[in-house]
Design a protein around this ligand. Structure first.
Ligand code: XIL
Length: 314
């Protein structure tokens, strides 16, 4: 495959990552593009339903295969995600409160032990704050998890810390980029966790945004800075930037490149922001669909102008 300048070569050890999926590993162009990065997260394989689709029967094959590939390519690996209302198997959703508590504890314990020493950070809880939260306090998502155990977030983090005291524990959510009120609510919620000594090490800002609706550089920089002041790390975890049109014009592409580079600038200007990950390798494998042109590599896995925009920031 054609050689291009690699993001990781300019990142000075800063973690610059990508979500991948083993189902694409037979595509040489895809794998070649993966090598631009030094950090990997599995798009789906390490989620609850993927590992424990039937109760008590843990299947680590696909998650392990991602980790193996990461090791092969010299990439560090990020764990996503332990407890989430979505992509949770049916069996846990119908359990009663006490049984579900035990299932949460058992899942976290078994998964963290399996990966102890091999993964540097886990999203312990994903997307637990309700979208309607407007910055005046917060509202929990009314999920099956919350309905059965109001304290499931505390439970998850305490369990994780107890099982593996070294791995970094993250809370991860979307609409947390300083565009909506929910960003402030998630900040307040995380600050409250810190105040109550719940063992949390970091916050994942998913950063699924669009060219038409993008964070302001000063706002997102400030917000990350406030997390730093709490003593937390920040990762931008799932960056993609969808285009309303096809982003075919140079002007649209420049605008999109600016959204990518602003995210990287905001992260790099805060020393506690230690990871920056895009959610997919290229447009063909993006969960947004190829026509949203949301990622850094094009239909044949060649770097786009947006990729060069990031290179210019590093
Ligand atoms: C998405 C995957 O990209 C899809 O393949 C899957 O069908 C659904 O999940 N927030 C998250 C990610 O935390 O796990 C989601 O990933 C995207 C939104």
């Amino acid at each position: 495959a054609e050689a291009y300048e690699l993001l990781k070569d300019y990142s000075n050890g800063f973690r610059i990552g990508v979500a991948t999926n083993t189902m694409h590993y037979n595509n040489g162009n895809y794998v070649n593009a993966m090598k631009a990065f030094n950090y990997m997260v599995a798009e789906n394989a390490c989620k609850f339903v993927s590992i424990q689709g039937s109760k008590g029967r843990f299947n680590f094959n696909d998650c392990d295969n991602h980790l193996k590939k990461a090791n092969e390519l010299g990439m560090a690996f990020r764990g996503h995600a332990l407890i989430w209302h979505s992509m949770a198997p049916n069996w846990i959703q119908s359990e009663d409160s006490q049984t579900m508590r035990n299932s949460i504890i058992n899942h976290i314990t078994t998964v963290l032990k399996h990966y102890e020493g091999k993964i540097d950070a886990w999203d312990v809880v994903n997307e637990a704050i309700d979208d309607s939260s407007n910055g005046n306090g917060w509202k929990f998502r009314n999920s099956f998890l919350y309905q059965k155990n109001k304290d499931f977030i505390d439970l998850a983090f305490k369990t994780a810390r107890q099982v593996d005291p070294k791995v970094k524990l993250f809370y991860n959510d979307y609409n947390t980029e300083g565009i909506y009120g929910k960003s402030e609510s998630v900040y307040q919620f995380v600050a409250d966790m810190k105040k109550r000594n719940i063992p949390i090490d970091g916050v994942g800002i998913q950063y699924h945004v669009s060219v038409q609706n993008q964070p302001q550089l000063s706002k997102i920089t400030d917000l990350i800075g406030r997390y730093c002041k709490l003593g937390l790390e920040v990762h931008i975890t799932e960056l993609d930037v969808s285009c309303q049109g096809a982003c075919n014009s140079g002007d649209e592409q420049n605008k999109q490149g600016q959204v990518f580079s602003n995210a990287l600038k905001a992260c790099l200007s805060n020393s506690c922001c230690t990871g920056f990950l895009v959610w997919g390798v290229g447009d063909p494998d993006s969960w947004l669909g190829q026509d949203k042109r949301g990622l850094l590599f094009d239909g044949s896995y060649k770097p786009k102008a947006q990729y060069n925009a990031l290179l210019n920031v590093l």
